[in-house]
Design a protein around this ligand. Sequence first.
Ligand SMILES: [Zn+2]
Length: 367
Amino acid sequence: MKRVICSPGSYLQGQGELSRLAEYYQTLGRQGAYLIVSRSAYAVWKDRIDGGFRSAGIPYEVHLFGGECCQSEIDKHLRQIGNRDVVLGVGGGKVLDTAKAAAHFARKPVIIAPTIASTDAPCSRVAVLYTEQGAFSHYLSLSSNPNMVVVDTLAVAQAPVRFLMAGVGDALATCYEAEAAARSGAVTMAGGCSTRAALALAQLCRDTLLRYGRQAKADAERGTVTDAVENVVESNTYLSGVGFESGGLAAAHAIHNGLTVLGETHKLLHGEKVAFGTLVQLVLERRDAEDILKIITFCRDCGLPTTLEELGLAHAGDERLMQAASASCAPEETMGNMPFPVTPEDVLSAMKRADQIAQLAGMLKRG
Ligand SMILES: [Zn+2]
């Protein structure tokens, strides 16, 4: 089986990068830029975004995001895009996916500029499409990864810290899932077996988070960009982005997807549910209690949910938890990338075991 790794053409990260988008545009296009920007990002960062294009004298249009990454929103942009030769997406996950999808259908290059670091999706060549009502529709496989991903760490640090920490939850899973997928020889989203490179990035991602995650939380709470914040943003966005796409997903994301069948979890962010999925995966792997406790303590310090109660599932009962466990083992789920067979019964008991250890960790901390 061939080994495959893919990544964005380039990745840039630093304070104030939103004001340099025009500069980056010029490396890809000449006819003018087509920007899709979230309302909230534009409200805060309008001067930086517009200022760069104005001072460089580059034609550009800003189109505010309609609120959902759905086919009708993508079609609207395709009708308006005309001879603008590069698409830029600025904002959160759905805006970025809309920009990726519009560029894909229009066969134009795309620059992705996340203003939060809550998931590892920006670097990938996948867009998640929803219905107009906001229900999951399908994954759209794109012809390539974004040409450029540009992260303004000043914007990320000034967004609510919960987003950054959810990104830590999403990124912490990457290494454990990539290791499992490598052991089972799974085919990743990149279309081949894992590479030593992807695995190394995933491991660096975990080590960086464990080392700098707590400090990054404290710094971002003050809205300041420090080395810790930069390191965590790079881990959440790039290391985890390449790590998951080319390293492979496994139990943690399958359990996340399973949890979404329970309405109580809908108020949680993606990475918050993935964090619990990681704990369950560690139990399924029969890791030492000490190792699991270390990860639980880290998650707790980052404000990530570690117990069923924190997921809103204190009173869910076995029958409903079993629905989530069964959904996580559906044939299309990445549970099949684990190096051993996993049944819904295994998942249910691992969920309860993870919850018990986390409750114990909470009592130790209080005691
Ligand atoms: Zn994820």
